[in-house]
Design a protein around this ligand. Structure first.
Ligand code: HEM
Ligand SMILES: *[C@@H]1O[C@H](CO)[C@@H](O)[C@H](O)[C@H]1NC(C)=O
Length: 347
């Protein structure tokens, strides 16, 4: 599409007949419509008071389940936030990530390390919603996940924000598209920007959403290549790491690390949803290459510095980007969606 419009613009204006310039105008308008339509349609299909009549208590019911689960384990907070992100990037925000069975989404790529505590939280929230007689089988698992995500962020110390509702649950959840839909820990800034752009998100959105790494953990295998020089390994790009921190991390992940060992993504304030993640990057203590690159690359550094200096600016950008994330590929009508009775199974 970009190539086509460039071709049109390159044609010298003077040589165009009136019908040619009209068709150029129509072409440009069609292009604008084609790019704008999916987002507008998605936003229009969702609304904050979607369940006002069918399940007026839905927000309190989900929040109650979240509060209870977080009292048992904080892990469910980062786990749920990551679950929502992965759901939306793979086939849209349709709870396809929750479907479980042979060849499901969590049998592939980055989804193999999704948090069982997060899955449990959603199961419990769904049970709490369905236990209310007026709500039973009326609220989608995709919406429960969107609400629970807002609540874990808030309860971990982050911003609260209104959540748009009205998503239907998808009927398909297979491993097929998982790998190329999700970013990798070794991604460069260009690769990150490209994948987020495919999902309608800007570089600023991407940097704000990466702030989700202000809570939670990563396994050694995701960053161990940055700690040692492996014999015979292909040289790979790795942004700089603070030397004392690197030595400390070699202690956490020795060469014979256990696959279960994890380290905090935000070394500054790992249990608080704040802007500590960006300060971590300023100190060159980002564990994932894809995190540290945001500070290393001159094109994204200013935004990292801005969010590190001003938590309100980060929270505002995060909330705006979460709304956009929550609209990706939503199913609001038609036969491609349903209200799942059990979140792990299509009806
Ligand atoms: C920008 C590209 C991103 C990359 C390359 C990336 C990659 C990763 C990796 C490799 C892990 C560790 C997985 C493991 O070892 O188990 C992780 C964890 C996590 N990610 Fe991301 N991620 C990205 C963006 C995001 C976004 C947009 C969010 C949410 C807004 C998010 C939320 C999380 C959370 C909360 C965790 C911790 C999970 C836990 O402790 O259970 N990530 N991510
Ligand atoms: C921080 O960011 C907020 C939101 O963008 C802005 O209103 C405020 O003025 C900023 N504060 C400072 C000290 O720059």
């Amino acid at each position: 599409m970009a190539m086509r419009s460039r071709g049109l613009q390159m044609r010298p204006r003077r040589q165009q007949s009136q019908s040619q310039s009209q068709s150029v105008l129509v072409g440009v308008l069609l292009l604008l419509l084609a790019t704008a339509a999916p987002q507008v349609a998605a936003a229009a299909g969702l609304s904050q008071n979607y369940y006002a009549k069918t399940c007026p208590n839905v927000e309190a019911l989900v929040r109650g389940a979240v509060t209870q689960k977080l009292q048992e384990t904080f892990n469910a907070a980062p786990g749920t936030l990551r679950l929502f992100f992965h759901d939306c990037f793979v086939r849209g925000c349709d709870a396809s990530v929750l479907i479980s069975g042979p060849g499901d989404e969590h049998s592939a790529g980055a989804d193999t390390t999704l948090s069982p505590d997060a899955l449990d939280l959603i199961t419990r929230a769904k049970a709490a919603v369905d236990a209310d007689a007026s709500c039973s089988n009326k609220v989608s698992c995709a919406d429960i996940l969107a609400l629970a995500t807002r609540d874990v962020v808030q309860q971990a110390g982050g911003p609260s924000y209104p959540v748009e509702l009205g998503r239907l649950d998808g009927k398909v959840g297979t491993r097929a598209v998982v790998k190329h839909s999700l970013p990798g820990a070794g991604f460069t800034l260009d690769q990150l920007n490209k994948l987020f752009a495919v999902n309608g998100l800007t570089q600023t959105d991407m940097i704000a959403l990466s702030g989700g790494h202000t809570i939670g953990v990563t396994h050694c295998d995701k960053f161990v290549r940055r700690l040692y020089t492996f014999k015979g390994a292909r040289p790979q790009y790795s942004p700089p790491m603070n030397l004392a921190f690197l030595r400390q991390m070699r202690g956490t992940c020795p060469l014979n690390y256990s696959p279960a060992t994890v380290a905090m993504l935000d070394a500054v304030t790992p249990l608080k949803f704040d802007n500590g993640y960006y300060q971590t990057l300023q100190q060159q203590k980002g564990l994932l290459s894809s995190d540290q690159v945001l500070f290393a690359d001159r094109r994204s550094r200013a935004t990292v510095n801005h969010f590190a200096a001003n938590q309100t600016a980060f929270f505002d950008a995060f909330v705006a980007a979460m709304a956009k994330l929550g609209r990706i590929g939503v199913k609001t009508a038609g036969s491609d969606g349903e209200i799942r009775r059990v979140c792990t199974k299509v009806n």
